[in-house]
Design a protein around this ligand. Structure first.
Ligand code: SDX
Length: 431
């Protein structure tokens, strides 16, 4: 890290401490507190890490106040409009937009790793049919460490590279097979003559009994959804992957930990929860009741798909997703989709309500994605697996960056202890 010339002064009692300040290329300065405990004997306290920078990174930048999202400096709306998911994967992994040759080579490497070891099918068959696909993904991705021993040594750059390609390539197959197992249909194998998004749609919706033609507008929309979810700085699941990786765990175990964290409805599970909420609301006439519940401190109900830890403005991904929703629903002839009507009425009502304006609660990426996915034929249980599939490249890129960071060390937060001080054991007869 560049030597900092700026410092901050901290006074505790009659002692003063100088804390170095580091300046980013863009965004807020950071106070370097690494020596605080050894110098002043105090910890900082920041549950949920609302004001804590946990690492150096060059991958993604978010300005929550302005609603800006950059991947390696490129704005998300430009990438969503002009690029495609595997090119964005290359950008996130290697830091630059690929030449034609680089992209062709990268896409070939991914395409040629999309199949799973045949024995892994037994893992799917061990689950109950009604298992949530996220439960299957956590299990199967973790189990990859039992099959791909030649790409688990994190100290070998080549093995790190192979593990990265394998995970990006195989996640669509794993997600599609989790879906097929759930609905009792046979697994559909990937095809090397299809692009990434088309391959996924075919593995999900094709059946052996007939040919399946991928609709190019749907595969473009699918690819855009993958791109919009690819990475997002140090969110909960990415931080989980980094923390798991900091102990030296293998990449498959770390990504499985990220999938588990993403499952929560405050995070990646919000797209499923949002669509279920819209269905529960039913018609726009019921919206005032739900807005009132969301504002009621005694009611745990929250508007799923609204609010964000970082964005205090529109989530730029939601804006792109909303445009996609209109196109996909029009293509499918369901532009009069009652759920979309309710979603738009809810968005208008919430944005017009002072509570949401004061708390800066705007629609996030999960608000519209579920509507598109449902219109494409996915059950709500597949929404978060699709988020996990998309985010794998972000987890992997951050994982690689952390392993290459000379400041990388095992993550081990401290605490504000409020328990009992030392006391002697009391024999049971004296209690
Ligand atoms: C993702 O971090 C990332 O980058 C995540 C993500 C990514 O790409 O990785 O962007 C993906 O997870 C998007 C977020 C999806 N989650 C949801 O849509 C679930 C609904 N949203 C909330 O649970 C909430 O907004 C969070 C979890 C997203 C953010 O919560 P924070 O930052 O911890 O904020 P908070 O819970 O402290 O809320 C601040 C205030 C509270 O009121 P007060 O205590 O100040 O009175 O706003 C209220 C909250 O009650 N509030 C909401 C609300 N979200 C926050 N009230 C009603 N509805 C909501 N959705």
């Amino acid at each position: 890290m560049a030597d900092s010339k700026k410092t901050a002064n901290l006074t505790i009692g009659d002692q003063s401490y100088e804390l170095p300040i580091h300046s980013p290329t863009v965004g807020p300065d950071v106070l370097d507190i690494r020596k605080l405990y050894s110098q002043a004997g105090v910890f900082t306290y920041d549950p949920g890490f609302t004001s804590t920078a946990a690492c150096n990174s060059t991958i993604t930048y978010i300005d929550g106040e302005e609603g800006i999202l950059l991947h390696r400096g490129y704005p998300i709306d430009q990438l969503a409009g002009k690029s495609h998911y595997l090119e964005v994967c290359f950008l996130l992994l290697y830091g630059h937009l690929p030449t034609g040759k680089e992209l062709e080579d990268f896409e070939n490497r991914v395409t040629n790793h999309t199949m799973l070891h045949e024995q892994m099918q037994h893992f799917f068959r061990g689950f109950r049919r009604d298992a949530h696909p996220m439960a299957i993904m956590v299990g199967v991705v973790g189990a990859m460490s039992a099959f791909y021993h030649d790409s688990t040594d994190i100290n070998d750059p080549w093995q790190r590279e192979v593990a990265s390609i394998r995970l990006i390539a195989k996640m669509p197959t794993i997600a599609a097979w989790a879906y097929k197992y759930h609905i009792g249909q046979p697994f559909v194998y990937p095809r090397n003559d299809l692009d990434y998004a088309s391959n996924f749609l075919r593995m999900c919706f094709a059946v052996p009994a007939e040919e399946y033609e991928v609709n190019p507008i749907l595969s473009r929309a699918m690819d855009r959804i993958f791109t919009l979810h690819a990475d997002h700085e140090q969110n909960a699941s990415t931080s989980t992957v980094r923390l798991a990786s900091s102990s030296g765990a293998n990449p498959f175990a770390c990504i499985a930990a990220g999938i588990a964290c993403l499952w929560g409805q405050a995070h990646g599970g919000a797209n499923q929860a949002c669509l279920e909420m819209l269905k529960e609301i039913g018609t726009p006439e019921n919206i005032p009741e739900y807005i009132a519940r969301a504002k009621d401190k005694n009611d745990p109900f929250r508007l799923m798909g609204f609010g964000h830890r970082v964005y205090k403005n529109f989530d730029p991904r939601a804006t792109v997703m909303k445009q996609s929703a209109d196109k996909v629903l029009e293509l499918l002839g369901v532009e009069n989709n009652p759920i979309l009507a309710t979603a738009k009425a809810l968005e208008e009502a919430a944005l017009a309500d002072p509570y949401f304006a004061e708390k800066k609660l705007f629609p996030n990426v999960d608000f519209y994605s579920g509507i598109i996915l449902e219109a494409m034929g996915f059950p709500t249980s597949m929404f978060t697996p699709i988020f996990a599939l998309s985010r794998t490249v972000g987890w992997i890129s951050q994982w690689k960056e952390m392993l290459d960071d000379p400041q990388n060390k095992i993550g081990r937060p401290r605490q504000l202890y409020r328990g009992e001080t030392e006391r002697d054991y009391v024999d049971i007869e004296n209690r």
